[in-house]
Write a protein that binds this ligand. Structure first.
Ligand code: ADP
Length: 317
């Protein structure tokens, strides 16, 4: 087979580990593997190179993606995708493995509908792909968020402050939920829980009156202006309050062993599926078992927040 591999959308730690796994598993199976640079943009522009085993050595522990990633909103137009198809024909590439989030999956679905053999691998720090328990990059981002929150707890406890920490996860609160539990946050606010500002302010005030010296609030991005929220908390609750937006540091860094392992498993699995003639699917893990879901279905599945974890927060915060 002649397999193309690309990374698209937001980068995530562990993408390099997937590229490595796809290239090495492909070559081991007698395939030729082509790296496509800069996501769908590079595919359309023909930024395509055949990879050897050596081209992917020394990348396993590196964050980011050696292939680069880019956004190409015009990929929704059929005539733009036709250019991509022409490039694949030019290089005689018969199958495509794309690594990214739900936008990338939508592009993959459109390519599949055009008759191109396509497989999607979940690579995003947000853990917002419902067809897998975990996405590649989530574990590393969680690690980064926890390290930062632990540090903020030290200073917030010394100064008897409330710390509001904004983490990534626009449509999925897992990063906030998991990091909040791991770091003992008093409050966790996500797109799933919503923000009840009055209640938060009242709770913080009564905590303060009850003598609790500091408080940690972990909140997902895009819910509210956290700096304004900090001012409101300070004005109402009696706590001094600071807001910290963790931002893009959560995207970078050396992937954790969990992300590397997931990347290796899903990369090899995707190559195996192509050999079995299974395409138009998104791969993932469920209860630690490899599995695949038609991309179309993966895109409409709803993220479900763990009920057990949500209850856990209520019991131990
Ligand atoms: P992510 O994959 O991380 O969700 P984006 O939403 O930015 O990131 O999507 C990555 C790329 O996928 C886009 O730049 C575009 O090229 C492609 N894509 C997104 N939505 C569509 C769509 N509706 N049709 C075709 N391609 C799309």
């Amino acid at each position: 087979m002649r397999i193309g591999v690309l990374t698209s959308g937001g980068d995530a730690p562990g993408m390099n580990a997937v590229i490595r796994a796809v290239v090495r598993a492909g070559i081991q199976s007698g395939d030729q593997v082509f790296g496509i640079y800069d996501g769908y943009r590079g595919l359309v522009e023909g930024k395509i190179t055949e990879f050897t085993r050596k081209d992917v050595s020394e990348i396993l522990s590196k964050g980011g993606t050696i292939l680069g990633t880019a956004r190409l909103p015009e990929f929704k137009y059929e005539q733009v995708r036709a250019l991509a198809q022409r490039q694949l024909e030019k290089y005689d590439i018969d199958s495509l493995i794309v690594i990214g989030g739900d936008g990338t999956y939508t592009g993959a679905l459109r390519l599949h509908e055009m008759g191109i053999n396509t497989i999607g691998i979940p690579g995003t720090i947000d853990n917002d792909i419902a067809s897998t328990d975990y996405t590649i990059g989530f574990s590393t981002a969680l690690n980064t968020a926890c390290e930062a929150i632990d540090k903020l707890r030290d200073t917030s406890s010394s100064h008897q402050r409330c710390s509001i920490i904004e983490v990534m996860g626009r449509h999925c609160g897992d990063l906030a939920l998991y990091s909040g539990i791991c770091c003992g946050a008093e409050y966790i606010i996500t797109s799933e829980t919503g923000l009840d500002k009055d209640k938060l302010l009242k709770d913080l005030k009564s905590n303060r009156l009850a003598g609790r010296k500091h408080a940690i609030v972990v909140i997902s991005e895009n819910i509210t202006d956290v700096h304004q929220l900090a001012k409101d908390v300070e004005a109402f609750s009696g706590y001094e309050c600071r807001a910290t937006v963790l931002g893009y540091v959560q995207r970078g860094g050396t992937p954790t062993p969990e992300d590397r392992l997931l990347a290796a498993r899903l990369g090899k699995y995707s190559v195996d599926l192509l050999h079995e003639g299974i395409t138009g699917v998104a791969v993932g893990i469920r209860q630690n078992e490899l599995h695949y879901t038609p991309i179309e279905q993966a895109l409409i599945m709803q993220n479900e927040t763990s009920e057990e974890l949500t209850k856990l927060v209520q019991k131990i915060s």
